[in-house]
Design a protein around this ligand. Structure first.
Ligand code: NDP
Ligand code: 3PG
Length: 496
């Protein structure tokens, strides 16, 4: 159970502690932040409201710990990560329980998130050993005017202290996707978990603690992003920020200093369905892509752009599948569970009411109880409706009928976002042309958008992000190239 057994030391009374210098501590603030269960709408857990002094301390310790970690052999770093991955998977049940209570993730998906996270950590350890274990060797005479008097050796060195800020919807997986690459590359790591999801993240951090990582190498400070976020992201001790979340990321990128940024932000992933598409396949993917975890995925299908000639059939098939979705508490493994907060539910409702005023076709009646919103397909959505452009992050999916492929691409590219997109057609040539024309980081052909598998490159363009994620890209992003040049007194040619 959460907060019990090996996890007993991470909680004091009813407030979870924060993690600093290899210890679980209470904040000197004496204050806590409540985590509201989205289903009961009552306080489920409490975490420490860390102070600026505590952030300063964590940064100071992270800097010192990184220096000796960088001298730890790569194979040993990998060994510890494998150990952490195994411990994480061993304790999947209590961590999944937190995900159910804090973010209303359906029980089976919560377990999947933890197992997937363990696999990500192991894969990162293996990939790190491979890509960090080799560098480049250059000779000077390949550049005009030079003799072979210089040998250049390149290797990848750590950046220092990495600040990781994940979002509520994958508080474990999107935390380890930052922690594991940072550590294998020889960096130290400061984690600021999302408030909803913080307790799952603290349990995950304890798994790294149990694995025996050096003191201070990993820290976890809790508190509201709106209160300690700016202090963290503008802290002079930070050498790199890896952030996943919404518009906050845009604000951070304007305030952060001269440090590398990895930003994975919002999306409005479009699903283009052509006349020749397998409509059953498309409908299945639209429902899975649009409604899994109640639409609270950055890679959820967030707008369907379907050719008018097949729109009636597609909408009918999608509706038949929507009717089968179960709605209720995450403990019962329902498909649709309460959205993360009341303010999120209110925001989604605002988009729905706007669409209603502007005469969208409601394929189901709009229904809400507390934070629970029943799945809703909105047909005949037009560009003057907010839902055509904004990201609901909830179980509401707009359908826009189009008369040409160009119209679909135009809509997709007019968005401020550019995360992923997908196209359904049996014509691979058309699919490639559409993929090339869509201004998004990834295009899926005949499948819904997805970040996973976690070693695939994952990136957004425009307001959807900076840089690229995915295991290999994250390791590279959290390193710098260092070169050493050997200067010879006379040119030296092999076999010369
Ligand atoms: N492209 C991608 O890979 C993904 C993108 N997302 C996007 O994330 C959004 C939903 O997640 P959500 O958690 O609500 O996103 P937010 O941007 O609200 O929060 C993300 C993280 O930032 C923290 N934070 C809040 N304010 C600040 C601040 N001023 N400085 C630093 N950190 C701060 C939050 O902490 P706290 O919780 O305490 O406020 C949380 O840990 C959606 O827009 C979604 O599309 C989600 C997943 C993946
Ligand atoms: O935050 C998200 O929405 C995740 O990145 C989605 O991951 P998935 O597409 O692999 O489920």
């Amino acid at each position: 159970m959460a907060g019990n057994g090996v996890f007993a030391e991470i909680i004091d009374g009813e407030v979870y502690k924060y993690y600093c210098e290899g210890e679980w501590r209470k904040s000197a603030s004496g204050k806590s932040v409540a985590i509201i269960n989205p289903t009961t709408r009552k306080t489920q857990y409490k975490v420490q409201a860390c102070t600026q002094e505590e952030v300063n301390k964590v940064m100071e310790i992270a800097k010192a710990a990184q220096k000796s970690w960088a001298k730890t052999p790569l194979w040993k770093r990998a060994e510890l990560l494998h150990k952490a991955a195994a411990i994480l998977k061993e304790h999947k049940a209590p961590i999944a329980e937190c995900l159910v209570k804090e973010i209303a993730k359906p029980a089976k998906d919560a377990v999947t998130e933890v197992v997937r996270s363990g696999d990500l950590v192991s894969y990162t350890a293996e990939e790190g050993v491979r890509i960090l274990g080799e560098g480049k060797f250059l000779v000077s005479d390949s550049f005009p005017g030079n003799e072979r008097t210089k040998y250049c050796l390149t290797s990848k060195i750590p950046l220092g202290v990495i600040l990781a800020i994940p979002p509520f919807n994958y508080p474990v997986n999107l935390a380890v996707s930052k922690i594991a690459p940072a550590l294998i590359a020889g960096n130290s790591l400061v984690l600021k978990p999302p408030t909803q999801g913080a307790v799952a993240a603290l349990h995950m951090v304890h798994c790294f603690h149990l694995a025996g990582f050096p003191k201070g190498l990993i820290s976890c400070v809790t508190g509201k992003g709106s209160e300690i976020g700016d202090f963290l992201t503008m802290h002079p001790g930070v050498n790199c920020i890896s952030f996943t979340g919404g518009d906050t990321g845009v604000a951070i990128s304007k305030k952060a200093g001269m440090v590398p940024l990895q930003m994975e932000l919002g999306g409005k992933d479009a699903c283009i369905v052509l006349e020749d598409a397998d409509l059953d396949l498309a409908a299945g993917n639209i429902v899975k892509g649009g409604f899994s975890y109640s639409g609270q995925r950055c890679t959820a299908v967030k707008v369907v752009l379907v050719m008018e000639s097949v729109a009636d059939t597609l909408v009918e098939k999608v509706n038949a599948k929507v009717a089968k979705l179960t709605v209720g508490p995450p403990e019962d493994n329902c498909d649709i569970t309460p959205v993360v907060s009341e303010s999120s539910a209110n925001f989604i409702e605002g988009l729905v009411m706007d669409a209603k005023e502007k005469d969208a076709t409601f394929c189901q009646p709009y229904k809400r109880e507390g934070n629970l919103i029943w799945p809703l397909l909105l047909d005949n959505v037009r560009p003057d409706m907010r839902i055509a452009w904004e990201e609901p992050f909830g179980p509401v999916l707009p359908v826009i009928r189009i008369n040409s492929v160009e119209e679909g691409i135009h809509h997709c590219n007019a968005s401020n976002f550019g995360l992923q997109g997908c196209v359904f057609t049996k014509d691979i040539n058309k699919a490639i042309l559409i993929s090339d024309a869509m201004e998004t980081g990834t295009v899926q052909i005949n499948s819904a958008p997805a970040r996973g598998p976690d070693h695939f490159p994952f990136q957004g363009i425009k307001d959807s992000g900076i840089g690229s994620q995915g295991i290999t890209n994250s390791i590279n992003m959290m390193t710098k190239v260092k070169t050493t040049v050997i200067n010879l007194p006379t040119p030296s040619y092999t076999m010369g």
